[in-house]
Ligand binder design. Structure first.
Ligand SMILES: [Zn+2]
Length: 385
């Protein structure tokens, strides 16, 4: 019987894409975090101020930088920190797929910190078709969001002639990934293509499907190299220059009026993140089906690394909460969420089964997935033997 191998320091399984578990049984994300302890944050903070100074608008005639924001805890932190550093940012939101009322209130709270703000919403009729296509074809309902959170801020930067984009954390640093990318603090077109999470589905592949035409996909496309060069668009990850911790960002945001959910978010461990999109529960569930870990694992790992949660408790919490069938998310019923993309429950379950990696879950003698009465799967193992 094959076993799923886990990092011996956190609780991440080896199936996470781009994660590497070394000879000591420690994963690359834990090694990255270890490396962060040796970072001279004072020096990085100085580097940051030098860069910001270089991009500050000379006469106040334009914005100093552009900040992509969702309205979440991290975007509150980014915006507040830049204001504290005396910057005049333009905050830009690429509207999420199925915006929650809580997400909308947090966007309004972010504006109220005292910033100019632009929200770009893609055609929702087409968006729902893309959600459906992406879920059916690559098992990722959030694919259009993964694309537009990168393309839209860059398009707006070109349009408003703002060269500097201040992103939040570098996912390759916090979450592991190719070692070479961990030190990369400048966003390039190549970065988008490599790490943008497009799962092999290209924007151009959508043309001609379900009546989608090229004209519907303007906001899904990156500006061309010539436009980027003309404005000199570049970017930095704030998480490279200041110690980054989702939990302390949440505390800081809450102190500035950011609202959390009334209890832990379904499938998660905490109440302070992923509060703006009702489809996120489906996104996280598919990650569980494909790779055997969900949002609870991600959060447990972050807290374990920071010494806030003993590993044994993390294993217990993952077993309790991770990868539960997403009957509701942020209190919205699954049926309502999938009806919006023209999908029935039966159809949804069939797609789930199609994307499930059966090697990771208990099956009966005939090889069919074992499910409890609520449709939940059981992993073959939750810790190293
Ligand atoms: Zn680890």
């Amino acid at each position: 019987m094959r076993h799923l191998r886990y990092c011996t320091r956190c609780v991440m399984p080896e199936t996470k894409p781009d994660l590497f578990i070394d000879g000591d049984g420690i994963c690359s994300a834990c090694r990255n975090y270890e490396h962060r302890q040796t970072v001279d944050w004072e020096r990085r903070g100085h580097e940051l101020r030098t860069i910001l100074e270089r991009y500050r608008s000379a006469n106040g005639g334009n914005y100093d930088c552009l900040v992509p924001v969702s309205g979440g805890k991290d975007s509150h932190f980014q915006t507040l920190r830049l204001l504290e550093l005396g910057m005049n940012p333009l905050c830009v939101t690429a509207t999420t797929d199925h915006l929650s009322a809580l997400g909308r209130r947090n966007i309004e709270n972010l504006k109220a910190q005292g910033v100019d703000y632009v929200e770009v919403t893609t055609n929702p009729v087409v968006r729902h078709k893309i959600n459906r296509l992406a879920l059916t074809q690559v098992g990722d309902i959030s694919w259009p969001e993964h694309v537009t959170i990168f393309t839209i801020p860059v398009r707006v930067a070109v349009r408003f002639e703002i060269p500097l984009i201040v992103w939040g954390e570098n996912p390759q640093n916090e979450y592991g990934g190719p070692a070479g990318a961990a030190d990369d603090n400048v966003l390039t077109r190549r970065w988008l293509e490599e790490f943008g999470g497009l799962l092999g589905l290209r924007v151009s592949d959508l043309v001609g499907r379900d009546g989608i035409e090229r004209q519907h996909l303007i906001q899904y496309t990156y500006p061309d190299d010539e436009e980027l060069r003309r404005v000199g668009v570049t970017g930095l990850f704030l998480g490279y220059y200041v110690p980054w911790d989702g939990y302390s960002n949440a505390l800081y945001a809450q102190a500035h009026g950011f609202e959390t959910y009334q209890r832990s978010v379904e499938g998660s461990l905490v109440n302070y993140e992923n509060l703006d999109n009702a489809q996120t529960g489906i996104h996280d569930y598919f990650k569980f089906l494909k790779y055997g870990f969900g949002r609870t694992t991600d959060l447990a790992c972050m807290h374990v690394r920071r010494g806030r949660l003993p590993r044994a408790d993390a294993v217990r919490l993952v077993r309790m909460h991770d990868g539960k069938f997403p009957w509701t998310y942020l209190g919205t019923q699954l049926e309502e969420i999938i009806e919006a993309i023209d999908m029935t429950l039966d159809e949804f379950i069939r797609i789930c089964d199609r994307f499930t990696n059966k090697k990771l879950f208990e099956c009966d003698a005939r090889g069919n997935l074992l499910k409890d009465p609520n449709g939940n799967l059981t992993k073959i193992n939750y810790d190293n033997p």
